[in-house]
Design a protein around this ligand. Sequence first.
Ligand code: TXA
Ligand code: MG
Length: 369
Amino acid sequence: MVIPMYSNESEIKAAGALIRAGRVVVFPTETVYGLGANALDADAVAAIFATKGRPADNPLIVHLAGISQIGLVASEISSTAHRLLEEFAPGPLTVILPARADLPRVVTAGLDTVAVRVPAHPVAQALLRAAQVPVAAPSANRSGEPSPTTMEMARQSLGDRPALYLDGGPCAVGLESTVLSVIHDQIRILRPGAVTEADILALLPDVTVHSIASGVGLADPARDGGEDGSGGRGFAMDPARDGGGRVVPAGAESPGLRHRHYQPKAQVSLWETAGRVRTLLARSDRTNHTVMVISPVSMKPAIDQEISQAGGRVVVRSYVDLAEYARGLYAWFAEGDDAGVATIIAHLPARDGLGAALRDRLTRASGEA
Ligand code: TXA
Ligand code: MG
């Protein structure tokens, strides 16, 4: 298998043919790399679950070349859902719709709804056109590991199991898509991502947005589920919305949220102040292992001072803005795992913009969500 930097048209055509033949391929999207197979072929979709070691009760997102293909997998689309997709597709948005009766239920984990997304990455777009079928795809990692944001990360996680890897370079967003449930004018954010609550309210000022909160920094005692899906089902609500009164507690859930996700091998601890970094550094073993600290550039001088006082083996990864944090997070996790980092002391950003998605992934990674 020859793996070039950035796949060309003939490799993408080959990947499309493999998908039509029922095989599983890795491909880039603007959010994270996906592990795709023909959504209309139950055996091919079953191979995705086997390849990832994914619990069968966690449904997959179906990727389409354009919103005109939605009728291939969904039985209907509300005008609110349509407006959202018209605005944000192609892009990092997934919307849950009623599933067609003939869509294999292995895709939806038995649900009568289907998650659909139109990825913007040009390689993903070219692959979907070459495959000529809807492509079911979770993130291209073994279940429970952080999502890959480069082809190399995907290959480290999945090895020779997929039939082919397509390379599209590092992902521009770096965090998984926003997942929305839309019922009439009630929108639930099941997973925060780069399409934010503010983006949704700017487009649709009259809808109600319910946020399933995580990343609030509060432990949810009901949520302790493992990859076997046997665990908790409750969700902590966000007590501190400032979204202008239309943001209310959500009562529903996304099946994937009860599974452990996004965890590197290192223990992840979260900080908001330099004083907290001092405490966490003092607790860490900096003699036998390297500690990684993730910091905004603006706070790096204070953090560097804490590190030099603490001594030992400490590396810093810093980010200028939340977009850079989102792009870097999973790569830093992977880098830490490769280097035997046992402790990652990661900054918990404010909730604005991408901050909600980062807080969600960080609190899950820390085991606090
Ligand atoms: O950015 C992304 O969304 C990436 C790229 C590859 O597109 N995909 C991704 O897939 O993150 P995955 O399988 O790792 O996460 C899909 C999430 C899960 O939390 C799953 O439970 C939820 O979407 N989901 C899928 N179908 C659903 C449904 N019918 N109802 C509720 N939640 C659903
Ligand atoms: Mg995933």
